[in-house]
Design a protein around this ligand. Structure first.
Ligand code: PGA
Length: 259
């Protein structure tokens, strides 16, 4: 079955850019991109929470084709959860995509597979699209545990979702050893894992969901390696950290098709 999957290039800003810097960055990005980019790829930016309202206003006012994304949310709608952000609040800000289970959240903030699954469900329930992250450490790769780690995270992350919900979401394969290190998985290795993820999605939610789900690669994506990664049949986009902080660099990744 062949389904055209529109690539999704997402900029995960992590804890960078205050709301003034964010506005400048998005204005510059909007200036660098044009209608042809909009036709070829979908682009989301994931600034820190304190920037979201400013960027939403800018996207609305200037009718930008950029999609607004968040980096994280809580799975409950409201309650005594000091410091957390409800998916309901994000939806009200026109957030389209929410990253769930980034390795930094798992490793530094103790997010378990069960929490990530609850979050994925909450994001879907509130009419947004999760970007579910998975990936192995260097030790796991060297111990030939990449497949078992990634498949385990996917099974846990997708538990209890309908086939339609799975088919509409995004998975990001991000080998932890490649994040922020300048080391990228080879395009063959990245493709092999993304293919395995798609097979697992097919086993969980059926072939239609597997054909429509978008799988991003993340981990030191740069203008110089984006085209080769994106040429792989099972890679449908990129989750970009460091290189998404600069409008010039990020726009060149969005325009990977131009070489
Ligand atoms: P990087 O980050 O592009 O800086 O490696 C990717 C990510 O963490 O999503």
């Amino acid at each position: 079955m062949t389904v055209a999957r529109k690539p999704l290039i997402s900029g995960n800003w992590k804890m960078h850019h205050n709301h003034f810097e964010a506005i400048q960055m998005v204005q510059k990005l909007a200036y660098l991109l044009d209608k042809e980019d909009d036709a070829a790829v979908e682009v989301s930016v994931h600034p820190p929470f304190t920037d979201l309202r400013s960027i939403q206003t800018l996207i609305d006012a200037d009718k930008l084709f950029l999609r607004l994304g968040a980096q994280h949310c809580h799975f409950e709608e409201k309650g005594a959860f000091t410091g957390e952000i409800s998916p309901v609040f994000l939806f009200k800000l026109n957030v389209a995509y929410v990253i769930a289970g980034h390795s930094e959240r798992r490793e530094l903030f103790g997010e378990s597979d069960a929490m990530v699954n609850a979050k994925v469900k909450a994001i879907c329930k509130h009419a947004m699209t999760p970007i579910l992250c998975c990936g192995e450490t260097l030790d796991e790769r060297e111990a030939a545990q990449t497949e078992s780690k990634v498949v385990g995270q996917i099974r846990a992350g997708l538990a209890g979702l309908s086939d339609e919900q799975v088919g509409a979401m995004v998975i990001a394969y991000e080998p932890i050893w490649a994040i922020g290190t300048g080391r990228t998985a080879t395009s063959e290795d990245a493709q092999a894992v993304c293919k395995r993820i798609r097979e697992e999605v097919s086993a969980i939610a059926g072939p239609e969901a597997a054909a429509s789900i978008r799988i991003q690669y993340g981990g030191s994506v740069k203008p110089t390696n984006a085209a080769e990664l994106m040429a792989q049949p099972d890679i449908d986009g990129a989750l970009v950290g460091g290189a998404s902080l600069d409008a010039d660099e990020f726009s060149r990744i969005v325009r990977y098709r131009l070489g």
